[in-house]
Design a binder for this molecule. Structure first.
Ligand SMILES: [Zn+2]
Ligand SMILES: [Zn+2]
Length: 281
């Protein structure tokens, strides 16, 4: 089972490997930098080497990075869109240097200008960024929770984005279970999960699905709330997660938890619940 958590890079990027290892992760996700600012410190060669070496030593086949919080590639405002694209390009470069396999990017918000505007902006951002950098790292677009103004909480919107992407072989999808549920996809029930995956396949294609974010949802079905809960403690529940992680189309994907880390041991708890639900075949 490829299961891990979003771990901190505090101290050094290489320390993320130790943290992942300590949690028993078989894959993991990081920010390559402080996620709260626009600017990143340049990667030092020694930092890059140390990370690559530690990862290799521990045998991590798949490592994921997440974009920082501030960029909004769907922004209708030229200046903030431009800044967001710059960060996307920079992150793609950093991931490439670090040997990271996937970079996850939220689809963002059209800030009231309408979903069609958002779709165009996202596609333009992705096309521009990919035209500026050669990467082995694949860019993953993450579904949104359906907050007001968000782009890409519906698979029909993702379909329209992919139709505009010039290098689709370099782009995939990361689905977040909390965001799916909050956006109105009833993945808690068996029939709902099947219908969700059928619709995803029809609109986007299951072949594009590369990573799952496993988070339970504090908000109800269709609430539009992006509030992560511990596995089994939210609306999706243990049985919901048992079906999700064992589903024939999902069970081999890298799965990452981004559940709240209020206390030491929270991640261990969520990971152990998921491991206990996973059925070996
Ligand atoms: Zn997520
Ligand atoms: Zn979220």
């Amino acid at each position: 089972m490829l299961l891990g958590a979003h771990v901190s890079i505090s101290g050094s990027i290489a320390k993320s490997v130790d943290r992942a290892k300590e949690l028993g992760c078989t894959t993991f996700q990081i920010f390559t930098r402080n996620p709260r600012g626009w600017r990143a410190q340049k990667l030092k060669e020694s930092e890059v080497e140390e990370f690559r070496k530690r990862r290799e030593e521990e045998g991590y086949r798949v490592v994921v990075a997440h974009m920082p919080y501030l960029p909004n590639i769907a922004s209708p405002k030229q200046e903030s869109w431009r800044k967001s694209v710059s960060v996307l390009i920079e992150e793609l470069r950093r991931c490439e240097a670090l040997g990271i396999d996937y970079l996850v990017c939220h689809l963002g918000s059209h800030l009231g200008k309408g979903v069609q505007v958002g779709i165009e902006r996202v596609a333009k951002a992705v096309n521009e960024a990919l035209s500026k950098v050669e990467t082995r790292c694949v860019l993953l677009l993450e579904n949104m929770a359906g907050q007001k103004g968000s782009v890409g909480s519906r698979f029909e919107e993702m379909k329209e984005i992919f139709a505009r992407i010039e290098q689709p072989e370099r782009v995939g999808v990361c689905l977040d279970t909390c965001h799916l549920y909050a956006a109105g996809y009833d993945i808690r029930s068996e029939a709902g999960l099947e219908e969700t995956l059928r619709s995803f396949d029809e609109n986007v294609g299951l072949g594009r699905l590369k990573v799952l974010h496993l988070n339970d949802s504090k908000g109800g079905l269709g609430s539009g709330l992006d509030r992560h809960e511990h596995i089994g403690h939210g609306h999706i529940g243990r049985e919901g997660f048992r079906r999700i992680i064992n589903h024939r189309h999902l069970r081999e994907l890298p799965m990452i938890i981004e559940t709240p880390e209020d206390e030491e041991g929270d991640y261990s708890y969520d990971l152990s619940v998921l491991r206990s639900l996973y059925q070996k075949v």
